[in-house]
Design a protein around this ligand. Structure first.
Ligand code: ATP
Length: 773
């Protein structure tokens, strides 16, 4: 770099920060004005809504006026929040206006242009771009290009340019802390700095240091199904959040944040990532955990959570695991779909709708209605026609019932007060005769009374999905490797659990699939993108169900097959094939991320050697201490070592996590240490990650990271099957700077096996006679 360059760049930063500050002043003023406007409109609206109306005409007029005013209020609130967001973006820019500069000469041009890239665009009063948004097409050169000829995609096609210089900056409080020129995509030095930091309470955006392969994920606009297989800590979650920000920018006029859904592994994770999009000036997408998703769809039933399942899974035998795999398979869902397509009217489990204890529509009546519609129609179409016919029949019954004896009786018993309320909005002169008035009141009584039937039809309660599912299970031809008696047991368990208002997770997606295929309902066509993080924890059956209910969404599935907990790993290409077959996708893409950024070189080297085929994982070169294995033969000695380790770790690290295999172990540890250390035991209802010592089972730590990790009891007893490799790997890869594993008794053969080089970790081994070595 030329001498004096620093001064030139700092002068530019100063001048830009000045301009941003002036814009902040102006925006503050605009915000105050917008706020005043909103207040005025709101006050007006409130005043109008509190008036009582008696005259019908008044009501109609006023309601139109009110609607218009409500529209104004909403518009002003939206306007104010846009200005607020602009102000926040400007404040961020004033602190750190940009992180990159590229000098390029466009094809057909001779003079180079200097472009500065930051988290948002900043344009001066003469419409000159002083800062380019990182998502602008030209900015992709910063992430992908090396010096020389480069190409970038714009809405009008691919353009070429010559990249002459790439410069990176670290700017804080308007001061350049660091700057250097690089020929790499985004240089390691910046990354070293970003990754060496202590863990924050929430995830940070990675906009300044996005790596080339992550950029491919972020800027993909073509795939209907994008599968990202990335090793632990490779920035999958970071990349998808950046991707969401990119998509919102790219399709600004046609995509809203609430048309994007992210299924996240747990509530801690949801909170952990909640700052990333706002830090990029965007609103958060919708976020939901699988448990919340099912709880919402099965009101009144307790659906087993993924956490209950992990706990339960640890006690399952191979036949039970096979059965679970079958219920989670595409084949099972295909069987279900075929069953519904071919179902005979006699096999549909119609339910009688009762009114005042007596059948109103019997199951047989409903079946007859259904049978009126031709067999060539889809089941869902026939059900919809049936539903409409039932509603029409009900309406006719309402019209004829107004002269029933019970209605007369109710009419006679109406108090004056009640009549006044029922007549609200009506004027006596509107009725031609007394009979008219009576019929009006009678119709109100009957409608109110029959509302319950209307709701039952509307909510499809004329058919019972639970009995239907049971019927399906009972007629299903079993695959040869599933034991008949285990199957029968599971069908009985389903019914027993239902009696107790419980539903196991394996049955949740198939049951909803059955219900929504039969009724043709449950679809959300507004969702344009679905993201599933930690996809290895979802069954294909669950994904197939998601595809049914989000028919217009592009699917983005992100995960790491090696981090499958308590189950064997599945190759990503196999998964992609399965999904392509199940979804019938035309444009699918698999992107692999092999470089791991989270942990130090030493931790990643150790973690990858736990895996049978971990050689592909590339450790980022950030140095730290070797992982340590502490072996104790007595539980109390192991607890003492844990406490000693905690003391050491807390002196260097902000968060130390003790990760266990299950909740029972987590509770035990908590009771052992909480008097000596300020400790938080985390459960699946927790949303925030405190600093200090946290204890949690590994399945709750999915997607999270900690400065220091202590893996509890990695003994041969506790980790005795190859299905637990993924669990150990996930524990080890949660650590950013330090990893200690404690074993009570001999260490698991999964760790001691030959391919783990002995110099990749330190051992603190207590001999059986309690002598330290
Ligand atoms: N390009 C990058 N620049 C700076 N930091 C990065 C980059 N990519 C990843 N990181 C950091 O690496 C860590 C791991 O990233 P992230 O959590 O997104 O990985 P992941 O693949 O989702 O991990 P896992 O599957 O293990 O949960 C985070 O601290 C993240 O900020």
């Amino acid at each position: 770099m030329e001498p004096g360059e620093y001064r030139i760049e700092q002068d530019r930063v100063d001048s830009i920060v000045d301009q941003i500050k002036r814009r902040i002043q102006k925006t503050r003023f605009d915000l105050a004005k917008a706020h005043e406007e909103t207040e005025n409109v709101q006050q007006n609206y409130r005043a109008n809504t509190s008036v009582n109306y008696f005259e019908v005409d008044d009501r109609i007029e006023t309601s139109a006026e009110l609607q218009q005013q409500r529209g104004l209020v909403n518009r002003d609130i939206e306007n104010e929040s846009i200005i607020k967001r602009q102000l926040n973006t400007l404040k961020d820019l004033a602190n750190s206006p940009y992180f990159g500069r590229i000098d390029i000469v466009d094809e057909d041009e001779t003079t180079p242009e200097e472009l500065y890239i930051g988290t948002a665009s900043f344009v001066d009063d003469d419409q000159n771009f002083l800062i380019y948004d990182w998502r602008a097409p030209i900015a992709s050169i910063y992430y992908n290009g090396t010096l020389g000829k480069v190409k970038y995609t714009t809405p009008v096609g691919e353009l070429s340019a010559e990249l002459l210089k790439k410069r990176q900056f670290q700017i804080q409080n308007g001061e350049i802390d660091n700057m250097f020129d690089t020929n790499e995509t985004v240089g390691d030095e910046m990354l070293q700095h970003a990754l060496g930091e202590q863990n924050n309470e929430t995830m940070q955006n990675i906009v300044a240091t996005i790596q080339s392969e992550q950029n491919d994920i972020i800027r993909d606009t073509k795939s209907d199904l994008l599968v990202v297989q990335g090793v632990a800590g490779s920035g999958k979650t970071s990349a998808i959040l950046q991707r969401i920000a990119f998509l919102l920018y790219h399709s600004r006029s046609s995509l809203e944040a609430d048309q994007i859904v992210l299924l996240s592994p747990n509530k801690l994770f949801s909170h952990y990532i909640s700052d990333v999009l706002p830090s990029l000036g965007e609103r958060n997408m919708r976020q939901v955990t699988l448990a919340e998703f099912f709880a919402h769809r099965f009101e009144g039933l307790n659906v087993q959570t993924i956490f209950d399942r992990y706990e339960h899974q640890q006690k399952m035998d191979t036949q039970q695991i096979k059965l679970r795999e079958y219920k989670g398979s595409a084949e099972f869902m295909h069987q279900l779909a075929d069953y519904i397509t071919d179902i005979d009217a006699n096999d549909i489990q119609f339910s009688t709708i009762y009114f005042r204890g007596k059948p109103f529509f019997t199951a047989d009546d409903i079946k007859h209605v259904y049978e009126q519609y031709p067999k060539r129609m889809h089941t869902a179409q026939r059900i919809l026609k049936t539903k409409n016919t039932l509603i029409k029949t009900l309406k006719r019954r309402i019209n004829t019932s107004i002269h029933d004896q019970w209605v007369n009786e109710e009419l006679e018993n109406l108090s004056d007060e009640r009549i006044r309320t029922m007549m609200k909005g009506k004027q006596l002169r509107e009725f031609q005769s007394q009979d008219d008035e009576r019929d009006f009141l009678a119709a109100k009584i009957v409608k109110k009374e029959y509302r319950i039937i209307y709701d039952a039809i509307y909510n499809n309660n004329f058919f019972d999905p639970y009995i239907q599912y049971d019927h399906f299970l009972n007629q299903l031809p079993l695959p040869s490797d599933i034991d008949e008696s285990i199957w029968k047991q599971s069908v009985n368990d389903f019914k027993d659990e239902l009696e107790k208002h419980q539903l196991s997770l394996d049955n949740a997606a198939p049951l909803l699939y059955l219900r929504d295929l039969i009724t043709g309902e449950g679809r959300n066509r507004a969702i344009q993108y679905l993201f599933v993080d930690e996809m290895q924890d979802y069954s294909i059956a669950q994904l197939i169900y998601l595809k049914l209910i989000f028919p217009n969404a592009k699917f983005n599935l992100i995960g790491d097959s090696e981090q499958a907990l308590f189950k064997a790993v599945e190759k990503p290409t196999e998964l992609l094939n399965k999904l392509n077959n199940a979804f019938g996708t035309k444009k699918s893409r698999l992107i692999k991320l092999n470089r791991s950024y989270r942990s130090t070189y030493q931790i990643t080297t150790f973690a990858k050697s736990l895996l049978p085929d971990g050689n592909d994982i590339e450790a980022f070169n950030r140095q730290g201490p070797l992982p340590k294995m502490i072996i104790r033969y007595d539980l109390n000695d192991a607890f003492d070592s844990l406490k000693k380790t905690l003391e050491d770790q807390l002196s260097d690290n902000g968060t130390v996590a003790v990760l266990t295999k299950n909740i029972a172990e987590a509770k035990e540890i908590y009771h052992q240490i909480n008097r000596q250390f300020e400790t938080t035991l985390l459960g699946d209802a927790d949303r925030t990650l405190p600093k200090g010592v946290v204890v949690l089972p590994i399945y709750l730590a999915k997607g999270l990271e900690f400065d220091s990790v202590i893996g509890w009891n990695v003994s041969a007893d506790n980790y005795n099957s190859p299905d637990l490799i993924g669990t150990l790997y996930t524990i080890a890869t949660r650590a950013m700077h330090s990893l200690v594993l404690i074993s009570v008794g001999p260490v698991s053969p999964l760790i001691t096996k030959a391919n783990i080089p002995s110099d990749s970790f330190k051992i603190d081994h207590q001999l059986s006679n309690h002598n330290e070595v």
